[in-house]
Write a protein that binds this ligand. Structure first.
Ligand code: BG6
Length: 479
């Protein structure tokens, strides 16, 4: 017996252009924010340099050279049985500086060829417009999304690609994990979400709220425009959902968890409901933040609500007000802090593994918006060992994915959640976003390359390849 998923369920795999394509300066491509991020390591942040500094290693410059290997990779995806492939368009391949008058035809042709190849293999492209690689020039010249001019640059870029690919791409998303910057703790998140750097004398939170609001306005304008270009388009947002549980049943912990979740919901509340939530307006008032937005922009938010909620899910967290527990302070609820959840284990990178948390998120978000959901990232970053015969026995990855698919199935068949698809992250090994490592691997397809950039780039199948193939083949899990 099979625990089935809906007919036409989009079983797929996901990546992002900057983590896979390489060819960072090929065919007229301009520099992006991801091109100035060095390699970090497990627990060590990546450095954001001023331009490219000679002698430093930038893992995204070559990545896995998908730009030149995409045909052989798509053959493997087809063999795996993928029905959908989520990737992003590299904005600076299309507009090398972001503010150019005309698009770069060579860049447009690359995505024509890529989408044609996917469609010829029966694979639906699912496309993110901005996945952590805003053209670098938009930072140096305008300061990134803190500047409202970026709204128009983004709309022009989106209009160009949505018009060009209107008969090839149906599923779109605007800004990847737009709410990563919500916590504002990591410079990398603000950089990759918004191309923004914060000066020491600035109020980080206020700057991030303004940049985020500008992106949300840009996103809403693109949703409206996209529907005008092709009414069949399905245009979603893309959120990182990390559910925050109350650590204890203390009412203060419950309230702290609500408050910290609001920081993340702010983004999807605007994307899905089309207005700034009252809890945020009150917060801005309390903090004395003067946000810059016009009546026309508020109207744009209302006119451009998304068709579906795309999101990533990797882990959960717990929030507590209990003073003696070690944790990380947050600022939005007095004396509350993130702490380890004793009921669940973590990966080698400290990401807490919580399959039930996925069902929890699916329920919470569906109840909140009653819009279709799409899990566009989920997966297990791990150190893989390649055996002498070339095999990789990644049973830990299979266990992780199976446990999450089981919870998805319950959300769909027991809880009534509308779920469009599932595209596990890094279906083929790619450069890690957070650490820049190659050896934090998510793939079902192994790529021969290490953290220092050595390797043949040869592709081979891991054990999870055959396993995932069967899942797709059965449209779900076998009992
Ligand atoms: C999400 C991003 O944050 O998680 C991806 O959308 C990223 O770009 C993925 O790669 C996993 O994170 P990491 O740091 O393990 O690559």
């Amino acid at each position: 017996m099979t625990k089935e998923f809906p007919k036409n369920f989009l079983w797929g795999g996901a990546v992002a252009a900057h983590q896979i394509e390489g060819a960072y300066d090929a065919d007229g491509r301009g520099l992006s924010c991801a091109d100035v991020m060095t390699a970090g390591s497990n627990g060590v942040e990546r450095e954001i340099t001023d331009g490219i500094v000679s002698g430093k290693y930038y893992p995204n410059h070559e990545a896995i050279d998908f730009y030149h290997h995409y045909k052989e990779d798509i053959k493997l995806f087809q063999e795996l049985g993928l029905k959908a492939f989520r990737t992003s368009i590299s904005w600076s391949r299309i507009f090398p500086n972001g503010d150019d008058e005309l698009p770069n035809e060579a860049g447009l042709q690359f995505y024509d060829a890529l989408f044609d190849e996917l469609l010829a293999n029966g694979i639906e492209p699912v496309i993110t417009l901005s996945h952590f690689e805003i053209p670098y020039h938009l930072y140096t010249e305008y300061g990134g999304f803190r500047n409202k001019k970026l709204i128009d640059f983004f709309v022009k870029y989106a209009k160009t690609v949505m018009t060009r690919y209107q008969h090839k791409v149906k599923y779109w998303m605007t800004f990847n994990e737009i709410n990563n910057q919500a916590d504002g703790q990591s410079a990398l998140h603000v950089w990759t979400n918004s191309a923004v750097k914060i000066a020491d004398d600035e109020n980080k939170e206020e700057v991030v709220f303004q940049a985020a609001l500008n992106e949300l306005i840009a996103s809403a304008k693109v949703v409206k425009l996209g529907h005008e270009i092709n009414p069949d388009f399905q245009i979603g947002c893309m959120m990182a959902y990390v559910p925050i549980y109350a650590y204890s049943c203390s009412p203060l912990d419950a309230m702290a968890a609500v408050k910290v979740m609001e920081r993340r919901y702010f983004y999807s509340d605007i994307h899905a409901r089309g207005h700034i939530p009252r809890y945020t307006l009150k917060y801005w008032e309390k903090q004395g933040y003067q946000m810059d937005y016009s009546a026309d922009e508020l109207q744009a938010l209302a006119d451009g609500t998304v068709d579906y909620i795309g999101f990533s899910y990797y882990m959960s967290n717990a929030e507590t007000t209990i003073a003696e527990l070690d944790g990380q302070m947050i600022s939005d609820f007095p004396n509350a802090k993130m702490t380890k959840n004793p009921y669940i284990k973590a990966s080698d990178w400290g990401w807490q593994i919580d399959p039930v948390g996925l069902r929890y998120v699916l329920n919470a978000v569906y109840e909140r918006y009653e819009k279709p959901l799409f899990i566009v990232e989920n997966g297990f970053g791990a150190y893989d060992k390649k055996e002498a015969d070339g095999s990789v026995h990644d049973d830990y990855r299979i266990d992780y994915l199976r446990a999450h698919i089981e919870q998805m199935e319950k959300a769909v068949n027991e809880d009534g959640v509308e779920l469009m698809g599932y595209t596990p992250w890094g279906v083929i090994d790619i450069v890690s976003f957070g650490s820049g490592e190659m050896e934090k691997r998510y793939g079902m397809i192994y790529v021969d390359k290490d953290n220092q950039g050595n390797g043949t780039l040869a592709r081979s199948k891991k054990d999870s390849f055959a396993w995932y193939h069967d899942i797709i083949d059965h449209n779900g899990l076998e009992e």
